[in-house]
Design a protein around this ligand. Sequence first.
Ligand code: FAD
Ligand code: HEM
Length: 455
Amino acid sequence: MAAIPQVPPPTPEEIAIVKSTVPVLEEHGVTITKTFYANMHREIPALNEVFNQANQKNGHQARALAASVLAYAKYIDNLAVLGDAVETICQKHASLLIQPEQYSIVGKYLLEAIKEVLGDAATDAVISAWGACYWQLAYLFINREEQIYTEKANRDWREFIVEKKIKESDEITSFYLKPKDGKPVEQYQPGQYISVRVAVPQQEWKQIRQYSLSTSQDPSHYRISVKRACDIDAENTAHPGWVSNVLHETVQEGDTLDLTFPCGSFHLDSKTTPDAPIVLISGGVGLTPLMSMLNTLVDEGSDRPLTWIHSTRSQNSYAFGDYIKATMKSKSDWHAIVYRQDLASSEHAENYKVLGGRINLRALGRSTDLHLDNPNTQYFICGPDSFMLDLKEVLVSLGAAAGNVKYERFGTGDVVKKEKPVVLAQTTGVCPVSHAHAESGLRCPISGLQEQTVA
Ligand SMILES: Cc1cc2nc3c(=O)[nH]c(=O)nc-3n(C[C@H](O)[C@H](O)[C@H](O)COP(=O)(O)OP(=O)(O)OC[C@H]3O[C@@H](n4cnc5c(N)ncnc54)[C@H](O)[C@@H]3O)c2cc1C
Ligand code: HEM
């Protein structure tokens, strides 16, 4: 591995040059980062194991890197603005065990890609200024990542045994993961995630994915709850997600999985606002980090008022329903509102109601449900991008402080309003994914196809 160069901080002239390249980055940033990844992976194939290959193929990681480099160039003279973004990146890097020496590799290929894409516009002065600024950012990351590593008992991959595999719904299965070395798991904050590394049959390289810890701290094991992913493309071809399908289909109780330690900046902070109400809002599998927060509050015997708001497609796709119902009953100041898209009429139980349709925050009680009367109320949202952006917008328009509304993206980079054109799956047909459905006529939770009985 190359040594980390000792590069002095950028000079005011170099900063000015980098700032002057912002319009060019706005235009060519994604082309530069795509070129960077293509060249780097071609010449160092082992990095295919570090980078999520789905995010390479769909361009999400190139977009995430381009956006962060652009933000850096824009705010180079006020890096404090980037605080939360830097923390999110460093937590993700640490979860993937990114090492200081790897910054030399990334720096080399990034500068070469800038040269390749910009051609004559990339003068020596531009490349040298970007070199100095790259290292300023790299040192910022390296130092923060080192701090995260030193907080962990174990800073390498660690083997875990799948102790139990429990089906929570048609789509979501929980994995109880026990350290093979018999030592306790790492401490974590409710809402954090771990990385899991598995061999994937379709891929030459192992693949790493993040999964939120879905329950409160227990020294003997972690629990993750994984949705089996599948999308349909424009040709109506099903694409089962690589890692989640291996976890659902191949990995069995007693098998071993490689895991890193818990990371992430989306978590409940019981110290700064210990009495403030909490509103947990999730869509589909986005409930996992919120389950960890909820269970931590249960364990702590918390008296904080709490509202659980969840959206699910159908009864079959609804995970942890009975648990949520029972938990809400246990506290007078806690209640849940669950939206089921397949439900025509509503259902009511103690502190728990199920409504038809999608989440409609404006129809809920300002103080009773959303606790908008308390300026310290903490809102945590996890679900698809548009879901999170829309709900945050509504909460802020209703009076919630934007800084109190946090969300977690189950992907790379920042949330994007319209990520890709929605491809309408054909509504009928034989599901191409080999798995059993409970009844004919239901929408397949994996392929999205409406199942038909074939004679
Ligand atoms: C911080 C964080 C926390 C997370 N927590 C959880 C969690 O608690 N539970 C959970 O289930 N997930 C969670 N995720 C998501 C998880 O990491 C994986 O992204 C998810 O399991 C899908 O991975 P995969 O390998 O199965 O799919 P991939 O192979 O990575 O594919 C991603 C998606 O693209 C689709 N796709 C692939 N190829 C094509 C194609 N050619 N055309 C159209 N679509 C295609 C797949 O069907 C899939 O839906 C989290 C992610 C992050 C970043
Ligand atoms: C200054 C240099 C770097 C910048 C600006 C940068 C930027 C980013 C950003 C913005 C993300 C997305 C984070 C998220 O939203 O979760 C990310 C993720 C990632 N980074 Fe970096 N990074 C840098 C250096 C590195 C290095 C040295 C490596 C090691 C090879 C690396 C490997 C990764 C990986 C593997 C991911 C996850 C990708 C995925 O999930 O698809 N990065 N980085």
